[in-house]
Design a protein around this ligand. Structure first.
Ligand code: ADP
Length: 307
């Protein structure tokens, strides 16, 4: 079997309205990995997942699932893959049990064989008691679980989830984490996208960061957290600037002419930055802390990307 669960080369996506969503990304995810694809809104995460799951057509590049190119061996690739996208992909008027049994049928699993599997999956996802209700009556978190049940009924070797816990309350989120950990331990490779760095920290071994259609970092979670010793600061300026000043030791970025963002290493004093800005006659109206760690990470990554 192939070494990689997923191998993407030079993947490009241009939408009909000429939006360039993916600028030729490369990505390799090892068998058995628990991988996070992180990125801000609009970075290209859903486009990537949509292409892997054949819901979105690509404009260029290749995608292979366990060595099966989706252009050449689509059926084989699909049989090894489960995708949980963000959009509801079941009939809201069907019953929970019927939805999962029907899905098994799509993979050629006869009902007699599917039934015990469906029962065990629905039980594991706390959906068994709700098996005879119409899907539309489920809460958001349970609908998400139903989508997971649908995606794993054929026991895929690679499971990809697009923001599996977005909008899900913290208790359900933790339950979902433990479920995902369990199936990863049992050999399923998992890739997920998330906004929550905590989620990635809890679950993932390796991580890719995508920004504006390009991969800007590909590393292990452990290494990444080790480098995360940078604090982001946002300065509101009195007078507009045309470009960010260059101050040694303090990477600076202009968000707009009146907003300057600084990445300050933990071992450096913010006062030193203040006095350098004063020397350059840059007057600060107010300053705030970038509180989101993921944001800080982007400042750091994107800065080092631009160097
Ligand atoms: P993410 O999942 O990281 O938020 P997306 O892949 O959804 O990013 O979007 C990447 C870019 O492609 C964005 O600029 C978005 O507006 C654009 N985009 C996404 N889907 C479509 C579409 N169906 N038609 C046109 N543009 C799209």
């Amino acid at each position: 079997m192939a070494e990689f669960a997923l191998e993407i080369n030079n993947l490009q996506k241009v939408y009909d309205n000429n939006v360039v969503a993916l600028k030729g990304i490369d990505l390799k995810v090892k068998k058995g990995d628990f991988y996070a694809l992180l990125g801000p809104n609009g970075a290209g995460k859903s486009s990537t997942i949509g292409i892997i799951g054949s819901l979105v057509t690509k404009s260029g590049g290749t995608v292979s699932v366990f060595g099966n190119d989706i252009n050449k061996d689509l059926n084989k690739a699909k049989s090894l893959l489960g995708v949980v996208s963000q959009e509801i992909n079941f009939s809201q008027f069907e019953k929970v049990l019927d939805i999962v049994v029907t899905q098994a049928g799509f993979y050629g699993i006869p009902k007699s064989i599917a039934m015990p599997k469906v029962e065990s999956i629905l039980k594991r996802l706390s959906l068994w008691d709700k098996r005879n209700v119409q899907a539309r009556t489920l809460s958001g978190g349970y609908k998400r679980r139903l989508m997971i049940a649908k995606a794993i009924i054929h026991e895929p070797k690679l499971l990809i989830l697009d923001e599996p816990t977005a909008g899900v309350d913290i208790e359900l989120r933790r339950e979902m984490w433990s479920f995902l950990k369990e199936i990863n331990k049992n050999g399923t490779t998992i890739i997920l996208t998330t906004h929550y760095l905590e989620e990635a920290e809890q679950l993932c071994r390796n991580i890719g960061i995508i920004d504006q259609g390009s991969i800007v970092a590909n590393t292990s979670m452990k290494d990444l957290l080790g480098t995360l010793n940078v604090q982001g600061f946002v300065f509101d300026l009195h007078q507009p600037l045309e470009k960010a000043p260059t101050i040694e030791g303090f990477p600076l970025k202009l968000e707009d002419p009146l907003t300057l963002i600084a990445a300050v290493n933990k071992d450096r004093s913010i006062n030193a930055l203040f006095s350098e800005l004063t020397k350059l006659n840059i007057k600060i109206k107010s300053m705030r802390n970038e509180s989101n760690r993921l944001e800080e990470l982007f400042i750091e990554m994107v800065n080092s990307n631009e160097k």
